[in-house]
Design a protein around this ligand. Structure first.
Ligand SMILES: C[S@@+](CC[C@H](N)C(=O)[O-])C[C@H]1O[C@@H](n2cnc3c(N)ncnc32)[C@H](O)[C@@H]1O
Length: 221
């Protein structure tokens, strides 16, 4: 067992280069990045943020479902790529985070576009009774629950819809036992099951990317 290795996926010099090149001019998102850094709120890594931004702009989804809202950073980012009259539903079970997210979304003038639902994601997904309702689902909530949300994601995504899951390589721990730290073993085991199941599913085509902390990009057939 070795110490938690934040550079396990991408060598530091590559990350440094990518981050130097990964710039954006959205002042409000910069402000949220600074807030997240200062207050140790986990938000998507800069490379993953750019990827999300490009994916939404390519696919122009009309309905996005996000699991794991935190302060609303990635929801606000994805809203820039929404199709006409597009909407985002983002789930967050921490009341304080949900409140911060709503305030940020309001300041961004997006209260009619992004709805923050304060709920446990796994439970909430099963309450949504519209099949094939979403064009895109972004999983960025509890990593140990991805495996339990996969069937619901398949049900809720339309054919041709996109599923993106973040942190699936989990600082390399998912890929290699030597990187696993003991207190993370349950999450790691479940992430491995998530990846195995997702890759084996006949209703998804999936690419596993060493981007940021590891990302799966899947399209529902
Ligand atoms: C990595 S953060 C999300 C970051 C956000 N997507 C971004 O990049 O701006 C994960 C969030 O998921 C929330 N969360 C954890 N377990 C959850 C659950 N069971 N249901 C809903 N949200 C959950 C946490 O409170 C946390 O705010």
């Amino acid at each position: 067992m070795i110490e938690y290795d934040k550079d396990a996926i991408v060598p530091p010099y590559i990350t440094e280069y990518l981050r130097a090149k990964t710039v954006h001019g959205n002042e409000f998102l910069h402000e949220l990045e600074e807030f997240a850094e200062k207050n140790s709120v986990p938000i998507v890594e800069p490379e993953t943020a750019r990827f999300l931004s490009v994916m939404t702009r390519i696919t122009r989804p009309v309905r996005i479902l996000e699991v794991g809202c935190a302060i609303g950073y990635s929801a606000i980012l994805m809203s820039e790529g929404l199709g006409k009259n597009g909407k985002i539903t983002t789930l967050e079970y921490n009341a304080e985070m949900a409140q911060l997210a709503r305030a940020n979304i309001k300041r961004a003038g997006l209260s009619d576009t992004i709805e923050v639902v304060e709920a446990d994601a796994k439970e909430y997904l099963s309450y949504i009774d519209e099949d094939e309702a979403f064009d895109m689902i972004f999983l960025d909530g509890p990593k140990a629950h991805y495996i339990y949300m996969l069937d619901e994601c398949a049900r809720l995504l339309r054919s041709g819809g996109i599923l993106i899951a973040d942190n699936v390589l989990y600082k390399g721990m998912t890929a290699d036992d030597n990187h696993v730290i003991r207190r993370k073993i349950t999450i790691v085991k479940r992430l491995r099951r998530f990846i195995d199941e997702l890759m084996a599913r006949k209703d998804f085509e999936t690419s596993l990317l060493p981007l940021g902390d590891g990302v799966t990009l899947s399209v529902k057939k």
